[in-house]
Design a protein around this ligand. Sequence first.
Ligand SMILES: [Zn+2]
Length: 144
Amino acid sequence: MICYNLICVQEHEFEGWFASSSDYDDQSKSGLLVCAICGSTKVEKAIMAPAVKTARKIEARSIEAAKAMTAVAAKIREEIGKNCDNVGADFAEEARAIHYGEKPSRGIYGSVTPEDSSALKEEGIAASPLPDAFVPDVAKPKLN
Ligand SMILES: [Zn+2]
């Protein structure tokens, strides 16, 4: 027995079981294939199997989700770029100055060495790594 996904002229899809592929051909030629939904005898093999359709749907959804994520990341990048100062390699120094009240509190971003990063943590200074997608474009090193 083989199973074919069938589709009628009105695009109703259903499964049909046949003894063999020639059995399908015989039934098709004799007009014995009838749509289970509308009774149409204009029925043929569906080009796409349901599994393929599902995979394409999932792919389309992933693309949509990725686009939404990209839009969110762009918004966050923009907000950080607008509201925070890029202090570049002076980040650790600036973060300390703000933390110890030597400078007014403000949002900053920049780069730190791994040593600076753990030193800031030990000093209890609130700083967290920024996912690459959220780093404002101006702060990214230019690729040559
Ligand atoms: Zn139909």
